[in-house]
Ligand binder design. Structure first.
Ligand code: 13P
Length: 340
């Protein structure tokens, strides 16, 4: 029997299930809506999220959904609060609690994440609205002379402060240090930076008394930069490099690793997750917490128009299903084609 935090963390990475990241900030969702020619109004944002959250059958594949502050307070067209709609299907509501990135002082090309001020009170508020887990994203850029030790240390420290506060308030922290795919760096460079980042993050978590069995890690995969000539690489190679990095850095007590997609193609993100699970068993569940890689086809099918709600839902259900298969190393080209 684990703690309540451990039980929630394990529910989030139950076999065959993963997390939908639907926590785009107002600025980010505007960019996504611009790509389909839809104006980003509060009503369209609600309609889009309601479409995803009411997809029949998605709860077989999706254990939890990360919401944005606006969304956790919104109600569906039938008047029910959106978090209640998730709960009624056995899907756990979560919340993004960081306030985005800002320039890191003394290192102008690097970023640090804001949001610690008043965080304890905000967690209490979110818990009252139904959130049982949270997310905080730190961003690490690769360049000729970065990341600096300073950048890794301040971001690891903030992630650990956030995680400790969450656990104090009975909320499972998802700890997300994202090493970006931007740039022309090699797979080896991403491996080195990701190992370094995770090493610092777990050091900070340990010194701030975070319980490893009551949290989840949300990392990037070890993958070459988008501008590197060898990109995209085979799922086999990505899987070997990523698993090798995690074995060196992620304690076995962590119940699950839930990947971000980070700009990978939808099918690429599924194939890479599948390759890792095909090499199991591993000490941790390997799952998904995808934003773009779960939503992109659905957003395109919806086009901002309620006449396309069922097409949008079908596209989302298909991606969720494919990623569920990848949780067991059972994703195939035939399965991908079957429903499309
Ligand atoms: P992507 O899968 O689009 O990278 O989004 C996941 C996420 O939550 C980033 O913070």
């Amino acid at each position: 029997m684990g703690s309540a935090l451990n039980q929630t963390a394990r529910e989030l990475v139950a076999p065959g299930k993963g997390i939908l990241a639907a926590d785009e900030s107002t600025g980010t969702i505007k960019k996504r809506f611009d790509s389909i020619g839809c104006e980003s109004t509060e009503d369209r944002r609600r309609a889009y999220r309601e479409m995803l959250f009411t997809t029949q059958g998605a709860a077989q594949y999706v254990s939890g959904v990360i919401l944005f502050d606006e969304t956790i307070r919104q109600s569906a067209s039938d008047g029910r609060p959106l978090p209640k709609i998730l709960e009624s299907q056995g899907v756990i509501p979560g919340i993004k609690v960081d306030k985005g990135t800002t320039k890191l002082a003394k290192s102008p090309d690097e970023l640090v994440t804001d949001g610690l001020d008043g965080l304890r009170d905000r967690l209490v508020d979110y818990r009252g609205l139904g959130a049982r887990f949270a997310k905080w994203r730190a961003v690490i850029n690769i360049g000729a002379h970065i990341p600096s030790r300073l950048c890794l240390d301040v971001n690891a420290h903030a992630l650990a402060r956030y995680a400790a506060l969450c656990q104090d308030e009975g909320i499972v922290p998802i700890v997300e240090p994202e090493v970006l795919m931007d740039g022309d760096h090699s797979l080896e460079r991403c491996y080195q930076v990701t190992c370094d980042t995770l090493h610092r993050v777990f050091e900070a978590l340990y010194s701030q008394r975070v319980e490893f069995d009551g949290m989840l890690l949300k990392p990037n995969m070890v993958i070459p930069g988008k501008g590197d000539a060898s990109s995209p690489m085979s799922p086999e190679t990505i899987a070997d490099a990523t698993l090798s990095c995690f074995r060196m850095t992620v304690p076995a007590a962590v119940p699950g690793i839930v990947f971000l997609s980070g700009g990978q193609g939808d099918e690429e993100a599924t194939a890479n997750l599948n390759a890792m699970n095909a090499k199991g068993p591993h000490p941790w569940q390997l799952s998904f917490s995808y934003g773009r890689a779960l939503q992109a086809p659905s957003l395109k099918a919806w086009k901002g128009d309620d006449a396309n709600l069922s097409a949008g839902q079908a596209a989302y259900l298909h991606r969720a299903h494919m990623n569920s298969l990848a949780r067991a190393g059972a994703y195939t080209a035939d399965a991908e084609k079957a429903a499309s």
